[in-house]
Design a protein around this ligand. Structure first.
Ligand code: H2U
Length: 353
């Protein structure tokens, strides 16, 4: 019998953070594509468009007018999914009909006054303003709420409604599912092995070097062993850090540099503004601020939907919806591909020469 080769033979891999398995089928990567083809992301975005509700000076759908902001700008979402108050459901003792009150706030954060820039092509100081604002918002909303989810949906393919560089911040009175699972798995690992799971993982990946794409003084960017999306990646500080506001000045500065590089690599993959959903995961806040959260390690996750070209997207349907996530390309092959790409953004390459 032939010996097992992870780049040739199907297998399942375990994600200890999410307590789930992924099916890896590398032999399928060779199949021809006859599926759906997406539109290439638009590239001619005007710098300022008074009709765009996220631009400085624009009127939003609520009738509110944005100030002529010059840096980052945060406003309360005009269509909040979570409101600060309101009546909640009564407690139920029926295990099949459980409900609980849910409170919160949803904010929109513009990264820059210009619509035609993205994080990889923004100046370092402007990216730093974004990082500082993320930290400030997490700290501020975390005083009141159990969890603050900072996330960026980029590109129409990810359902992003607006090309202006922005992210969203949703704070909730409850711990959302993804975080609830990660909290449990990291706690169990910590109790069993007496060390934070992701610090241990990072140390092991830094020795193996099969999936690390970029490493800086304070950060590591890698394709997780258990990645599901074709070019899914994780960005981790090397030091044990619980929440984004705990990042020190030098770690924030270095974060801006590595983020610009990793996002340039993504964009350079197909010479487009690479679509993705990304977000920060860190220790819970609110009442948890007083508890021991040393099992946690801050990390950012990037979930890009693209598979083999600017127009071919990976669909999470069928077997994935009904049974288990599946990928063709191995995590190591994805890391290799990302390592081979320039970390200078294609739009800036001539300027860098
Ligand atoms: P996306 O990140 O999915 O593109 O969402 C942008 C958010 O901006 C969206 O949640 C909000 C939408 O509700 N928004 C306003 O609050 N006011 C507006 O005038 C336009 C968009």
């Amino acid at each position: 019998m032939t010996t097992f080769d992870p780049t040739e033979h199907q297998h399942i891999r375990f994600n200890p953070l999410k307590d789930e398995w992924v099916l890896v089928s590398p032999h399928r990567a060779k199949r021809p594509w006859t599926g759906q083809v997406e539109k290439v992301p638009e590239d001619n975005i005007p710098r300022k468009d008074s009709k765009n509700p996220l631009c400085p000076g624009s009127i939003r759908s609520s009738g509110k007018v944005n100030p002529e902001y010059e840096g980052t700008y945060v406003f309360r979402n005009d269509f909040e999914a979570l409101l600060e108050d309101g009546p909640g459901p009564a407690e139920s003792d029926d295990p099949l009909f459980q409900a609980a009150p849910a409170y919160g706030t949803c904010q929109v954060m513009c990264f820059h006054p210009w619509s035609d820039v993205t994080l990889p092509i923004m100046e370092q100081k402007d990216v730093r303003a974004v990082v500082d604002k993320w930290a400030e918002m997490n700290k501020e909303l975390g005083q009141k709420y159990k969890y603050v989810q900072i996330f960026e949906n980029k590109g129409a393919m990810m359902g992003c409604s607006n090309p202006h560089p922005h992210c969203q911040i949703w704070a909730s009175s409850f711990l959302p599912n993804e975080l609830r699972v990660k909290d449990r798995t990291q706690k169990e690992f910590y109790q069993k092995y007496k060390k934070p799971m992701l610090i241990d993982y990072l140390n092991k990946e830094s020795i193996k070097m099969e999936r690390v794409v970029l490493e800086s003084e304070h950060w590591v960017w890698l394709v997780p062993y258990w990645a599901v999306w074709p070019y899914e990646t994780m960005l981790l500080p090397k030091r044990h850090v619980l929440r984004i506001e705990d990042l020190q000045d030098k770690e924030r500065e270095d974060l801006c540099l590595i983020m610009k590089k990793l996002l340039s690599k993504y964009d350079n993959m197909f010479n487009i503004s690479f679509p993705y959903s990304m977000g920060w995961h860190g220790a819970p806040t609110g009442g948890s601020l007083k508890e021991d959260n040393n099992h946690w390690q801050l990390h950012a996750i990037y979930y890009p939907p693209l598979l083999r070209s600017a127009t071919v997207k990976k669909f999470m349907v069928g077997y994935e919806m009904l049974a288990q996530s599946q990928r063709d390309l191995t995590a190591e092959q994805a890391a290799d591909k990302l390592r081979g790409l320039s970390d200078v953004h294609y739009k800036l390459q001539n300027k860098a020469e």
